[in-house]
Design a binder for this molecule. Structure first.
Ligand SMILES: [Zn+2]
Length: 110
């Protein structure tokens, strides 16, 4: 879908890889989004949990770097947490965008 940028009046493809990558509004071209930083950057982090066979990579999306760092710090700090949930990483807002569980790959035959 071809759109016209409200900033530079250039046309751009709304469905292009570049546009998808940088985000921004539907009437802002990727160049302007990057240049003007109109998109609130989202921070994607991979966090591994568990250990050994049960290890699992979670792909988490945070609202900003601070949250990501907070989570990361919290994760390190609380990775050995038992049942104390107050003030833990669970207070950080994030969205889980993916998970790569150690069990997801089916081995053997069906
Ligand atoms: Zn533009």
């Amino acid at each position: 879908m071809i759109k016209t940028c409200i900033h530079c009046e250039d046309t751009f493809n709304l469905d292009s890889q570049n546009k998808r990558r940088v985000g921004g509004k539907i009437n802002e071209c990727p160049d302007c989004v990057e240049e003007l930083q109109t998109e609130i950057s989202e921070t994607i982090r991979a966090v591994s949990s568990g250990d050994g066979k049960m290890a699992c990579i979670q792909i988490l999306k945070f609202n900003n770097e601070d949250d990501a760092d907070l989570y990361r710090k919290g994760w390190d700090q609380w990775s050995g947490w038992n049942n104390q949930r107050s003030g833990s990483v669970h207070d950080v807002a994030f969205t889980k965008v993916g998970e790569n569980s150690g069990n997801s790959n089916s081995k053997g035959k069906a």
